[in-house]
Design a binder for this molecule. Structure first.
Ligand SMILES: Cc1cc2nc3c(=O)[nH]c(=O)nc-3n(C[C@H](O)[C@H](O)[C@H](O)COP(=O)(O)OP(=O)(O)OC[C@H]3O[C@@H](n4cnc5c(N)ncnc54)[C@H](O)[C@@H]3O)c2cc1C
Length: 446
C-alpha cells in the first residue's frame, strides 16, 4: 500500500496517544500528524482482538490531590483543561462530584496528601471526622476511627471513553489523520543521513513513513516489533478486574451527590465510583482495586485475560461484599465484571523518554493515569516535537528503564519468547563473574 509521509506518527489511540495527537496539532499547527490505533472493538470483534485499551469504560476517578507531588501536579494541570476540552469538542466527560479519601486516623498517607495540596495551593478540601462525613453522606457506612479528606472541587470522575473521543475529535479538526489499525513494526530507514525517517507497518498492510514516532501503547508497549532490536521496556503489565453492580435509576438519584472514593482501610483497600449511566441506559456503581496475582506473562496471556468472562468470578462476591460494607443499602439488580490492564514501571512513575532521536515513548501510567492523560499527552507531544525533553519537571523522573535480563522479542503470534542469545549472555555473565572472583582472590593473596 502506498505510504504517506508524516512529521509525527503517534501509535496508540488510547488516553495518552489521543491527548498527545491533539496537543501536537495545537502546539505546532504546521505539523503533519497521524494517530494509529484500533478503535474500541464491538462485541463481535472482541473475541478476535489481540490489542485492547484501558479506556473502554464510563468512569475513572479524578482528583487533584495525591500522595505523590508529581502525580498531583499532572492531575491538576489536566483537570484545569477539562472544561476547555468539553467546550471545544462538544463532548461532555467530566462530573465534579468530589472525591473522598478514607483512611484510619493518624495514618501518614492523608497527611502527605494534605501537604502536597498545600504546596499546590489546593484549598477546596476539608478534613472531616466521621460525624461530619456521615452528616454529608448518610448512606455511607463510616467508622469512628476513620479519617477523611473530602476534595469537593476539581475532583469527581471522567468518562475515559468520552475523553478519548473528545481528544480525537479536536485532533482531527486540526488536521490529524486518525487511522484505525494495529502497528506491527517500526523501523529506521537505514540511510544514516539527515533525510532518514521511520517506517511504520500496520497489520492491514498499510505503511506509513514518519520523521518521528511516539509510542503510547499502555500495557501493550512490549508487543510486536516496534522497539529497536534488543530493547524491551521494564514494566509490569497488570491484569485488573472491576465489579459493577447495576442499581435502579431511583437509587442513582438518591445517591446523586455520592463522591468518588479511595479507601485505604486495611482489608478494604479499593476505589469506588458512584452510580453512572452507561450506554445500555442502566446505572452501575463500580469498585476496583481488589488484588489478584496478575502480572501478564505475555501477549497471549493478556489476550486470554481480556477475552475471558469466566476468570476470577470467585473474586466477584468478595469484591461486591466490600462495596456493600461501605454502602449497606446496596441491593444490586445485577452484577457485571470487567477486565482491563494497566502498566506499572518499577520507578512508580510514568515513562516519558526518547528511545532514539526519532522514537519516543510515553507509558506506564499505572492505575492512575486517566485523570492526568491530557497533561501527560502534552508532555509527550512537546518531547516528540523537539526530539528531546521539553517540560518544566525534571526529565530524570520519567526516564525509561529497559529489561536487563536479556532481550525478549515477540514471536510471529506476538507472544513474547526469551531469546536464546540472552540465555547465552547470562551464562557468559556468570562465567565472567567467576573469572573475576578467581582473579581478585589471586590478587588479594599477593
Ligand atoms: C479498571 C481500570 C480502572 C482505572 N481507574 C482509574 C481511575 O479511577 N483514575 C485514573 O486516573 N486512572 C485509572 N485507570 C488507569 C488509566 O485508565 C490508565 O492509566 C490510562 O488509560 C493509560 O493510558 P494509556 O494511553 O497509557 O494506555 P491505554 O489507555 O491503554 O491506551 C493504549 C493504546 O495503545 C493501543 N495500542 C497498543 N498497542 C498498539 C499497537 N501495536 N498498534 C496500535 N495501537 C496500539 C491500544 O489499543 C490502546 O488504545 C484505570 C485503569 C483500569 C484498567
Amino acid at each position: 500500500m502506498a505510504g504517506t509521509m508524516y512529521d509525527v506518527c503517534i501509535v496508540g489511540a488510547g488516553m495518552v496517544g489521543s491527548a498527545a495527537a491533539k496537543w501536537l496539532c495545537k502546539l505546532q499547527r504546521e505539523t503533519k500528524v497521524c494517530l494509529i490505533g484500533p478503535q474500541e472493538p464491538t462485541e463481535e470483534e472482541w473475541q478476535k482482538r489481540e490489542i485492547f485499551s484501558a479506556h473502554y469504560d464510563e468512569g475513572r476517578l479524578s482528583r487533584e490531590m495525591d500522595e505523590s507531588l508529581i502525580w498531583a501536579i499532572l492531575a491538576q494541570r489536566s483537570i484545569k483543561q477539562y472544561r476547555n476540552i468539553e467546550k471545544e469538542s462538544g463532548i461532555n466527560f467530566y462530573q465534579e462530584v468530589g472525591c473522598a479519601f478514607v483512611d484510619i486516623q493518624g495514618k501518614e498517607s492523608l497527611e502527605v496528601t494534605k501537604q502536597n495540596a498545600e504546596k499546590m495551593g489546593v484549598t477546596t478540601y476539608k478534613a472531616l471526622d466521621s460525624v461530619g462525613l456521615q452528616d454529608q453522606f448518610p448512606y455511607l457506612h463510616i467508622e469512628s476511627n476513620w479519617e477523611f479528606l473530602f476534595n469537593s472541587k476539581n475532583a469527581g470522575y471522567v468518562s475515559p471513553r468520552n475523553l478519548v473521543a473528545a481528544q480525537q475529535k479536536i485532533a482531527s479538526s486540526h488536521g490529524c489523520q486518525v487511522i484505525n489499525d494495529v502497528v506491527v513494526k517500526v523501523h529506521e530507514d537505514a540511510g544514516g543521513g539527515d533525510d532518514d525517517f521511520l517506517k511504520v507497518l500496520c497489520q492491514s498492510g498499510r505503511e506509513v513513513t514518519s520523521n518521528r514516532v511516539l509510542l503510547c501503547m499502555g500495557a501493550f508497549s512490549n508487543c510486536y516489533d516496534l522497539l529497536p532490536e534488543g530493547k524491551q521496556i521494564d514494566f509490569k503489565p497488570m491484569k485488573t478486574f472491576v465489579v459493577k453492580p447495576e442499581v435502579s435509576e431511583e437509587y442513582a438519584k438518591t445517591h446523586a451527590d455520592m463522591p468518588s472514593m479511595i479507601t485505604n482501610i486495611p482489608g478494604k483497600m479499593s476505589y469506588i465510583l458512584p452510580p453512572i449511566k452507561y450506554p445500555d441506559g442502566k446505572y452501575y456503581l463500580k469498585i476496583g482495586g481488589y488484588k489478584v496475582p496478575n502480572v501478564a506473562s505475555d501477549l497471549q496471556d493478556m489476550v486470554e485475560w481480556f477475552r475471558s468472562e469466566a476468570q476470577h468470578q470467585d473474586k466477584k462476591d468478595a469484591t461486591l461484599d466490600m462495596l456493600k460494607f461501605f454502602l449497606p443499602d446496596l441491593d444490586p439488580i445485577s452484577v457485571r465484571t470487567a477486565r482491563c490492564a494497566t502498566s506499572h514501571p518499577p520507578t512508580k512513575m510514568l515513562y516519558c523518554d526518547m528511545v532514539t532521536t526519532r522514537l519516543g515513548v510515553v507509558m506506564g501510567l499505572s492505575g492512575k493515569g486517566a485523570k492526568s492523560s491530557d497533561e501527560i499527552g502534552r508532555m509527550g507531544a512537546k518531547m516528540i516535537a523537539r526530539g528531546s525533553w521539553d517540560y518544566d519537571l525534571p526529565a530524570e523522573h520519567f526516564k525509561l528503564r529497559y529489561k536487563t535480563t536479556g532481550a525478549q522479542r515477540p514471536n510471529r503470534r506476538g507472544a513474547i519468547l526469551p531469546r536464546i542469545t540472552s540465555r547465552i549472555s547470562l551464562y557468559q555473565k556468570v562465567y565472567y563473574i567467576h573469572c573475576a572472583r578467581v582473579y581478585l582472590t589471586s590478587q588479594s593473596h599477593r
